[in-house]
Design a protein around this ligand. Structure first.
Ligand code: NAD
Ligand code: FES
Length: 282
């Protein structure tokens, strides 16, 4: 069992958990994720490890309550335990000294780029971070990314905080600024955002790393659920990724596959909300 040692609300439907998971905290590298099963009857879901504290033996997960399982998780409290937390899974991020690196986090994807930014900074890079959200309430990890960044830009779609617009607007301005020389871009967020980021960097052939979030079932390369096409070749994001060259990804296929179980997921969520209505409204 994996105890929740701390639980904080960090935005609407956004919860941050500190979980006691000593061996994962000591072994995990930036870019890796864990498969979590909140209780013995629930499905497994992949979650990025936003931070670790190897000394305390804890890992930080940030979860958006969007489906049945994540809603179930949001009902769990400090002192409760998750049935399984398996990991670390996936390949660690590719980290080297590039020069100037821009990390781009969209919404919940900001939790993915924070550990990358820390590792890239430690490797001697200048870090410019761009984080974007629909509105001010949904901006996460601004302080933590600010601490590791030489420059931090916040964008909101509605202009309620920072620059009005998408992360790609800010990225385009940076890349075209005569005084900035961008050597690499690391990004995570909605697939449509990662596709747009890759199109912004493609004309200048800037090395671009994206963190993919396909459907995952086992997280160990056995089920094929996380199949993605990279440069015309089939890869499994859970064991070959989750990070890939952004210019090689078949984003349209990934978006299509992500919608496969949408109706089923909605039915499961509706049924859960119906049976737990009284509890959820308390
Ligand atoms: P969101 O839809 O609020 O978008 C976040 C930001 O992405 C926006 O503020 C905007 O700046 C940018 N963006 C969105 N659409 C864009 C477009 N068409 N062009 C350019 N930029 C665009 O994000 P959210 O609701 O927080 O994110 C949820 C999504 O992120 C889910 O689909 C989830 O699966 C995915 N996610 C991905 C990862 C990952 O590893 N890639 C991790 C966690 C969550
Ligand atoms: Fe099953 Fe990757 S999640 S193969």
């Amino acid at each position: 069992m994996f105890k929740i040692v701390d639980k904080q609300t960090v935005g609407p439907n956004l919860t941050q958990y500190e979980i006691q998971a000593t061996r994962i905290a000591q072994a995990r590298k930036p870019g890796q994720f864990v498969m979590v099963r909140p209780n013995e009857k629930s499905e497994r879901i992949p979650l990025t490890v936003a931070r670790t504290d190897p000394q305390a033996g804890t890992i930080t997960l940030i979860v958006q309550a969007v489906g049945k399982t994540t809603l179930q998780m949001s009902q769990m409290n400090q002192g409760d335990s998750f049935a399984d937390v398996a990991g670390p899974m996936g390949q660690p991020s590719h980290i080297e000294k590039f020069g100037t690196v821009v990390v781009v986090g969209g919404g919940l994807g900001t939790a993915v780029v924070l550990p990358q930014a820390i590792a890239l900074k430690e490797a001697g890079n200048k870090i410019i971070s761009i984080i974007g959200a629909r509105n001010k309430e949904l901006v996460i990890l601004e302080k933590q990314l600010g601490q590791v960044s030489d420059e931090l830009i916040v964008t909101t779609d509605d202009g309620s905080y920072g620059n009005k617009g998408f992360v790609t607007d800010a990225l385009g301005e940076l890349i075209n600024a005569s005084d900035k020389n961008v050597d690499a871009v690391y990004c995570a967020g909605p697939v449509i955002m990662m596709k747009a980021v890759s199109e912004v960097t493609r004309p200048k052939e800037i090395f671009t790393v994206v963190s993919l979030n396909p459907i995952m079932v086992d997280g160990t390369g056995m089920c094929g659920g996380c199949r993605v096409t990279i440069g015309g070749e089939t890869k499994f994001a859970c064991v070959d990724g989750p990070e890939f060259d952004g210019h090689q990804v078949d984003y349209d296929e990934l978006m299509d596959r992500l919608t496969t179980y949408k109706n089923f997921e909605q039915r499961m969520l509706d049924a859960y909300q119906k049976t737990h209505k009284c509890k959820l409204q308390r």
